[in-house]
Design a binder for this molecule. Structure first.
Ligand SMILES: [Zn+2]
Ligand SMILES: [Zn+2]
Length: 298
């Protein structure tokens, strides 16, 4: 008998055996092209990995359009998986309205914070679904054990099906978690600036690094070439195509684009992409696609 993680990866139809998926704690400079092998790039990837979360949503909302993913789970208890990351931290005082403090007989804590999580709209569609979503932090590998933390989703702050983007809040009284996420968010700004100072990198093709929880498994990182930046009719923002591996459950995870010599605008380092799906080319080579580029919910 294969253990859960092994079984899911061996039976995976898209990427059997998951050969390109690197467990997040093992990710190191050797997994990057030579031109990207710098400490600042590694810190940037690790920073985004620490803010990446697993999302488990029970059922789906009757408001999902016909033929939209997971529509078939409407009214059921069947879970689906997606990924996301923490992009904002706000102190909201008390009494705390988190899942735990809202339980019957609980004594609500007097200080609380809201963490904003961004993901794909087809993973979490609206507030009804956000409230059915369990958000798991620090599930890095099978040894993560006591480090893992869980919160539940609350109100949706932004949802756009065409962009395939959703941002929702999670309320917590866990000050250590809020402080850690805020310090990572601030560090990201510094790392981003440091990378912009050296971009574009001396490689022919821009590279995409994706952090996600494929099939709801622990956190994995994949790396692959950017293939195309596609203009979007009716919007000023393009979306991206890339060869980095993804699986069901990866949707909503961050796609970090590290600009090479083919980047039309190295001054724009589009961390603000989330994985959206797969275009496929009919030759068993999967071309994966992002949601629209955005300056919202970085
Ligand atoms: Zn898979
Ligand atoms: Zn609470």
């Amino acid at each position: 008998m294969l253990k859960g993680a092994n079984r899911k990866s061996q039976r995976c139809e898209k990427n059997p055996g998951h050969p390109g998926f690197i467990p997040a704690p093992e990710f190191s400079l050797c997994h990057l092209p030579v031109e990207l092998q710098s400490d600042i790039v590694l810190r940037y990837v690790k920073n985004c990995a620490a803010r990446t979360v697993r999302l488990r949503t029970i059922g789906s909302s009757h408001e999902r359009p016909e033929n939209y993913p997971f529509k078939e789970f409407q009214g059921s208890k069947v879970p689906h998986w997606s990924s996301g990351w923490v992009c904002g931290v706000y102190f909201i005082g008390g009494p705390c309205k988190c899942h735990e403090c809202s339980a019957e007989g609980a004594k609500p804590k007097d200080r609380s914070w809201e963490l904003t999580v961004v993901t794909a709209c087809h993973g979490v569609y609206n507030t009804e679904e956000a409230k059915q979503t369990k958000v798991t932090f620090f599930y890095d590998d099978e040894t993560s054990g006591n480090n893992i933390k869980h919160l539940y989703g609350n109100e949706v702050e932004y949802a756009n099906a065409r962009e395939d983007r959703c941002a929702f809040g999670c309320i917590t009284h866990d000050e250590a978690l809020a402080v850690q996420m805020e310090s990572l968010r601030k560090e990201r700004v510094y790392l981003w600036q440091s990378i912009l100072n050296v971009a574009p990198f001396e490689m022919q093709h821009s590279q995409c690094v994706i952090i996600s929880h494929p099939h709801g498994l622990s956190k994995y990182i994949t790396v692959g070439q950017q293939v195309e930046i596609v203009s979007n009719p009716g919007t000023s923002q393009p979306y991206y195509k890339y060869l980095a591996d993804t699986c069901p459950g990866s949707a909503g995870g961050p796609v970090l684009v590290l600009p090479g010599l083919d980047c039309p605008d190295p001054g724009w380092l589009p961390i603000v992409l989330h994985h959206s799906g797969c275009a496929g080319n009919g030759e068993n080579i999967y071309i994966n696609v992002s949601g629209d580029r955005s300056t919202l919910y970085v």
